[in-house]
Unconditional design. Structure first.
Length: 346
């Protein structure tokens, strides 16, 4: 075995560095378990960072409103005392159980882990945008065609076309309109699959001449070397119409792919992993699943639910990692031991 493939020994490997994966580090750290995290993205935050880093979230306890990026930053600060190790732009590719009862996980670039526990916090899997069937769209991607908004300032003073009729399309119309040079929404019909309030605000902007709405479908991109100059659309009258723009944001939803996790030998239910509600353990001992990737009766796909699952799961993982130790329940508000781990001991 080459040096680069020498297994990394750790208590737990967490697959997914979204909010639930990050909070798992905190709960595991309080119980003296070390974690490595794997994520296919190039940064932490998962769906929050990839899809709506600047959009507000309203159902995180104690935060009336917080953006996806702010939530990620706060979680990273919270887990800093536990020194987690991140492995970005890697995918968990294979998993095998060793004779000593530990798990060997290998990523797509050959990183090897030997871990006592595996925690799957992969959300719905890998998010892949649904691309519109427009010829040669790939040549414009990343330059003037984007499937998500990571930094709003990137679109300041741009002539933007947003295509789609769901919440993402309408939300970004409302968020980008104040900073765009011009903004046009294109949707195949005059009905939308978005929050009624967002639709009303969009229609008000159109009525006031602050943005445009065109009913139809984008059929062709016009431009060279990846830079858009405009699009051709088939309008409601079945006539071709050209609209000038330098940026296209197609929002047609996402396809979630479970990826190699589907081949880990776990019981699956419609691409979700069934778990119990005491330990959040899968059909394999020592493998757990928290967050949107798991399923059980009454499951709610909320970030706060994933936090709760991580807390209970960690107590069961402790039994695998420290089988001879006695687990005591302590509060961070009163335990000098826990406060010492967090660096806030008085």
């Amino acid at each position: 075995m080459t040096e680069q493939n020498t297994p990394i020994e750790t208590d737990a490997v967490i697959i997914g560095a979204g909010p639930c994966g990050l909070f798992t580090v905190f709960e595991m750290g309080l119980l003296d378990m070390k974690c490595h995290l794997i994520d296919i993205l190039d940064r932490p935050g998962g769906q929050c960072a990839e899809l709506y880093p600047e959009k507000p979230i309203f159902d995180i306890p104690a935060y009336p409103t917080i953006s996806g990026q702010e939530l990620t930053d706060n979680l990273l600060e919270q887990i800093e005392p536990f020194d987690p190790v991140f492995h970005y732009q890697e995918m968990a590719e294979s998993l095998e159980k060793l004779d000593n009862g530990r798990w060997r996980l290998t990523t797509d670039i050959g990183t090897v882990f030997d871990a006592t526990c595996i925690i799957i916090a992969a959300g719905g899997g890998s998010f892949v945008p649904k691309k519109p069937p427009i010829p040669e769209i790939e040549s414009f991607e990343g330059t003037s065609v984007f499937y998500s908004v990571r930094k709003m300032d990137q679109f300041k003073d741009k002539n933007i076309i947003i295509a789609g009729g769901g919440d993402s399309a309408l939300d970004w119309c409302l968020n980008l309109q104040p900073i765009a040079k011009s903004l046009t929404l294109i949707h195949r019909r005059d009905n939308f699959r978005a929050a009624p309030d967002s639709v009303s605000k969009m229609r008000e902007l159109v009525a006031n001449g602050a943005m445009n709405f065109e009913m139809g479908q984008v059929k062709k991109l016009i431009g060279d070397n990846g830079q858009l100059e405009g699009v051709e659309m088939l309008d409601a009258n079945k006539e071709m119409k050209q609209i000038n723009c330098d940026t296209l944001l197609p929002f047609f939803g996402l396809t979630m792919k479970l990826g190699p996790i589907a081949n880990f030998g776990l019981n699956l239910n419609e691409n979700l992993i069934p778990v119990d509600t005491e330990k959040f353990e899968t059909s394999e001992s020592g493998i757990f699943a928290v967050g949107d990737i798991n399923t059980y009766p009454g499951k709610l796909k909320l970030i706060l639910s994933g936090f709760h699952e991580a807390a209970l799961m960690s107590r069961e993982a402790f039994k695998y990692c420290h089988p001879e130790a006695k687990l005591r329940f302590e509060y961070t508000t009163s335990s000098s031991s826990l406060q010492g781990k967090l660096g806030v001991e008085k």
